[in-house]
Write a protein that binds this ligand. Structure first.
Ligand SMILES: [Fe+2]
Length: 187
C-alpha cells in the first residue's frame, strides 16, 4: 500500500506523520510541487516487455508525456531470480541512487508493479514515499532526494525523460540516506 512517513532530518525516530491516506499524502507533497497520482492498472503477464507495458498504458503515457514535455519513455524491470549474478546486479542497481542527489530534469516514474521508495529531503524533514502498483510519482528538477528499491528489488516502472541523460544524478555528498530507515525497514 502506498505510504508516506515524514521524519525529522536529524532523527529517524522522530516520526512526524505516517499515513496511507492518498489525499493526505498528496496534500503533504503539493507545497513542493511533487505529485502522486494513481492510475487504473492493467493486468499484464509477469514478464511483459517494454512494448507490451507501454501499449497497455498508452493513453496515460501520452497524456503525461505531452503535459511534461517528456520526449523519451522506457520501462525498467527488476525481479529476483536464480541467476547467480542476481545478488550483485540487485546490489549495484540499488546503490546507484541510494545517496542523496538531484537531477536537472523531473524524475517521473509510474509503478506498473512492485514497489520502491522515494525519499525527499525538504524543509528540515525527510518525506519517505513508498510507491506501489498504480502510483505515478513526479519529483521536480532540483529536488534533493534518493531512491531505495530494497534489498530484493522487485518492480516494473515506466520512466519519463526530457533528455537522453535526464537520469544523471548530481550527488550532494550528504550522507543522510544512511541515517534514515531503508525501504525494508519502512514496510
Ligand atoms: Fe533520482
Amino acid at each position: 500500500m502506498t505510504l508516506l512517513q515524514v521524519m525529522a532530518e536529524g532523527d529517524r525516530d522522530d516520526v512526524l506523520l505516517r499515513t496511507t491516506d492518498l489525499a493526505v499524502i498528496a496534500a503533504e507533497l503539493a507545497p513542493f510541487d511533487i505529485t502522486l497520482e494513481q492510475w487504473d492498472t492493467v493486468e499484464l503477464s509477469d514478464d511483459a516487455g517494454q512494448d507490451e507495458v507501454l501499449e497497455a498504458y498508452k493513453a496515460d503515457v501520452e497524456k503525461v508525456s505531452k503535459e511534461g514535455d517528456y520526449r523519451l519513455v522506457d520501462v525498467v524491470r527488476m525481479k529476483p531470480s536464480d541467476d547467480p549474478e542476481w545478488p550483485a546486479k540487485a546490489k549495484g542497481a540499488r546503490e546507484k541512487f541510494l545517496n542523496e542527489h538531484t537531477h536537472d530534469e523531473d524524475e517521473v516514474r509510474f509503478f506498473v508493479e512492485g514497489k520502491g521508495c522515494f525519499y525527499l529531503h525538504l524543509a528540515g524533514k525527510v518525506y519517505a514515499v513508498v510507491c506501489e502498483r498504480g502510483d505515478l510519482m513526479s519529483v521536480p528538477a532540483g529536488t534533493t532526494h534518493w531512491f531505495d528499491m530494497g534489498s530484493q528489488p522487485e518492480f516494473c516502472a515506466i520512466r519519463f525523460f526530457q533528455e537522453e541523460d535526464g537520469w544523471v544524478a548530481g550527488f550532494t555528498g550528504d550522507g543522510i540516506s544512511s541515517r534514515m530507515p531503508t525501504l525494508d525497514e519502512l514496510v
